[in-house]
Design a protein around this ligand. Structure first.
Ligand code: ADP
Length: 484
């Protein structure tokens, strides 16, 4: 698929440190999950390279933070324009290495680029405050300054957007960045870095270090232990988030963590069922169920349970599964075998405990899994507690509103949640009762660049996107001026 790139020079396989492409001491393979074929071998960087990148970022910091907000804004805007000008190529690289359908990949390019556009604008709004003085001889102010060298560690499910959502506000605020992309999807990240150079982001301000699994752990340790790195933003599993938090304790590092979810999707008796089915399809099966905001547990009220399950299963059965470059494919491969095994384990466990398969249920040849719906799910099943991260929808039955709220909140996670109701009182009651950072009401897709994305409980710390997303990358400083 990569032979079809309009601009083949976007296919970079070396690392970017201090504006130079670096081969690295060793290389690792990047494969196409649809075909299993090797796409490229990519520089595999280790701890010494991470130290070099951090030093380069730190050296580039004074000049970058000294630019005016408008100067940084103009450069970021150019990066946005270039990302959009190369939307098709970036989408092609993404589908090749990640598997999501080409249309979805192009959609992610637009979504990922939108953070660059948004924070290019927000760069000009990092405002301070003046405060009333407590003494006529003094004047009090608050200024907001860039925090310093920022590290980003990102996952494979959104190979571009998870990078831009961190990097754009950091750059806008005046911080340099060192990025460690997911080992399964470094090519999209490298193409975006090449476009950052073309946009005029100076050497050292944006560094990108691909690394295999073992080196990712080693590089993560260097980020955490470094006194120069002032902030780490991570998106990935709760397990790795905990490791990074523990490793960051000695340097008391500021952290933004966007971790796992276990999203409930509740359909009340008074819901518009057709709309709920559409929302459920989008929320569950986008990216083959591999997003942290994908609905993981469907709770449907008794009165509409059978109707919802029948309509939902019929639509799911009609899905075309296959290589993301094929016309009409709505569900691509899963990212790796381990992901397929987890879906199969959750489905088998549900069936063993009385669940009824109403769509799918099986692995397909290659790295594909049938889009699956299991009715009569119960609280003792694995899928009630664990995030499946795949195309499996267990549907639980409930009777009362309180029962649904209690079940929805019965998890250590608190990222996204969804519910469908046309009753205005219920909308407020349930919206306020759900212990989640985000609630979709009568809608299955909620993310966009100008809203605060993030979770509560063990789903993480901090918010990304919106004007709040800039807060991570600036420190407040109080200035007290005397002798007026
Ligand atoms: P996922 O389950 O989405 O693959 P992970 O949390 O395993 O999520 O990985 C997300 C990112 O974290 C990837 O870039 C991966 O290389 C990186 N990573 C995994 N383990 C560690 C670690 N111990 N320290 C630092 N980064 C890590």
């Amino acid at each position: 698929p990569l032979a079809l790139l309009k601009d083949p020079s976007l296919l970079k396989t070396d690392a970017l440190i201090n504006g130079q492409w670096v081969q690295g001491a060793s290389r690792f393979d990047v494969n196409d999950p649809s075909t299993g074929r090797k796409l490229a071998d990519v520089a595999n960087l280790g701890p010494a390279d991470a130290e070099a990148a951090i030093a380069a970022a730190n050296a580039a910091w004074p000049a970058w933070r000294s630019k005016t907000a408008k100067e940084r804004s103009i450069i970021l805007r150019k990066w946005f324009d270039l990302l959009m000008a190369h939307q098709e190529d970036l989408g092609r690289i993404m589908t090749a290495e990640q598997g999501k359908p080409f249309a979805e990949a192009k959609g992610e390019v637009a979504y990922g680029a939108s953070f660059v556009e948004w924070f290019a604008e927000e760069a000009k709004r990092v405002n301070g405050e003046t405060l009333p003085h407590f003494d006529n001889n003094r004047r009090l102010m608050v200024i907001r300054q860039p925090i310093g060298v920022c590290a980003a560690i990102t996952p494979w499910n959104f190979p571009l957007a998870m990078i831009t959502r961190k990097v754009a506000p950091a750059l806008a605020a005046g911080c340099p960045v060192v990025i460690k992309p997911a080992e399964l999807t470094p090519l999209t990240a490298l193409a975006a870095a090449e476009l950052a150079l073309r946009a005029g982001i100076p050497a050292g301000v944006l560094n990108l270090l691909p690394a295999d699994g073992a080196n990712s752990i080693a590089v993560g340790k260097v980020f955490c232990a470094s006194d120069t790195v002032r902030h780490i933003s991570f998106t990935g599993s709760t397990e790795v988030g905990r490791i990074l938090m523990a490793q960051s304790a000695p340097t008391v590092k500021k952290l933004a963590l966007e971790l796992g979810g276990n999203a409930p999707f509740i359909v009340f008796d008074d819901a518009d069922i057709d709309s709920a089915v559409e929302g459920a399809l989008a929320s569950k099966y986008r990216n083959a169920g591999q997003t942290c905001v994908c609905a993981n547990r469907f709770y449907v009220q008794d009165g509409v349970y059978d109707a919802f399950v029948a309509k939902f299963a019929a639509k799911v059965q009609a899905f075309k599964v296959g290589n993301g470059f094929e016309d009409g494919v709505v569900q691509g491969p899963l990212i790796e075998d381990a992901a397929i095994d987890k879906v199969q384990r959750h489905v088998d466990d549900a069936v063993a405990k009385g669940g009824k398969v109403v769509a799918g249920g099986h692995r397909l040849p290659g790295q594909f899994f049938e889009p699956t719906v299991v009715a009569e799910a119960t609280a003792d099943m694995l899928c009630a507690r664990e995030e499946t991260f795949g195309p499996f929808a267990p549907v639980f039955r409930f009777k009362t509103e309180q029962e649904a709220i209690d079940a929805a909140n019965n998890t250590e996670f608190g990222l996204a949640s969804y519910f469908y109701s046309r009753d205005v009182g219920r909308i407020f009651r349930v919206g306020e009762a759900l212990e989640y950072g985000m609630v979709g009401i009568n809608v299955g897709i909620i993310a966009t660049e100008h809203v605060p994305f993030g979770g509560v409980k063990q789903s993480g710390l901090g918010r990304e996107g919106s004007h709040h997303g800039m807060d991570e990358y600036v420190e407040m400083k109080y200035l007290c001026l005397g002798d007026i």
